[in-house]
Design a protein around this ligand. Structure first.
Ligand code: SF4
Length: 184
């Protein structure tokens, strides 16, 4: 039987760009270049759930991290992650290697190196929107979903390296992802 016993966890939209907020996708369907890299190395893929799609649906606006930083959102991220954690634990206990997690930098949910932040609330009137767009900033750190994933893994003493694809220009991240996978 052919298998490398190597697996990676990837943000949902890497394999399904349809889940992204309308207007943000830079590839059709699958981020083929990333999948090709994983295929070349024989690394299996576990697709993480898309928390924003599940909770807010496809008609959602873009949000900032502060808007998702609620107990409800975090608890639901954990619920979605439970079947993933169970699979990861089973693989690791059986000697498989989970080589990493690839998230989406800039996302309020799936950011790894940076996420988006702002003082956003209220109604979307023209003045409000202009003010909110000006207030939007990138800040270092994980999005809410990735924070919950990391915490959940740590509860089982599982350490996995995380990296992210830059949502502003996904193709600018190909070299970084290739280097991340170099020793895998
Ligand atoms: S970055 Fe995360 S929350 Fe946003 S579309 Fe991708 S999987 Fe969904």
């Amino acid at each position: 039987m052919k298998r490398t016993r190597k697996i990676i966890l990837v943000s949902h939209c890497i394999l399904n760009s349809n889940s992204k907020v309308e207007g943000l996708s830079q590839y059709e369907g699958i981020f083929k270049e990333i999948v090709d890299m994983l295929h070349d190395k024989g690394i299996g893929i576990i697709q993480l759930p898309c928390p924003e799609m599940i909770i807010y649906g496809i008609k959602r606006w873009g949000h900032v991290k502060e808007q998702f930083d609620t107990l409800f959102y975090r608890e639901n991220c954990r619920k979605m992650l439970k079947p993933i954690i169970c699979q990861v634990k089973s693989y690791i206990d059986a000697g498989y290697e989970i080589v990493g997690v690839i998230g989406i930098d800039g996302s309020p949910s799936c950011g790894v190196n940076f996420t988006c932040s702002g003082d956003w609330e209220g109604t979307p009137s023209k003045d409000d929107i202009d003010h909110k767009i000006k207030d939007l900033k990138e800040v270092e750190g994980f999005g809410v979903f990735m924070e919950e994933l990391k915490k959940y893994l740590e509860e089982y003493d599982i350490e996995i390296p995380f990296t992210g694809i830059n949502e502003n220009d996904v193709y600018s991240s190909l070299k970084d992802i290739s280097e991340f996978l170099n020793d895998k």
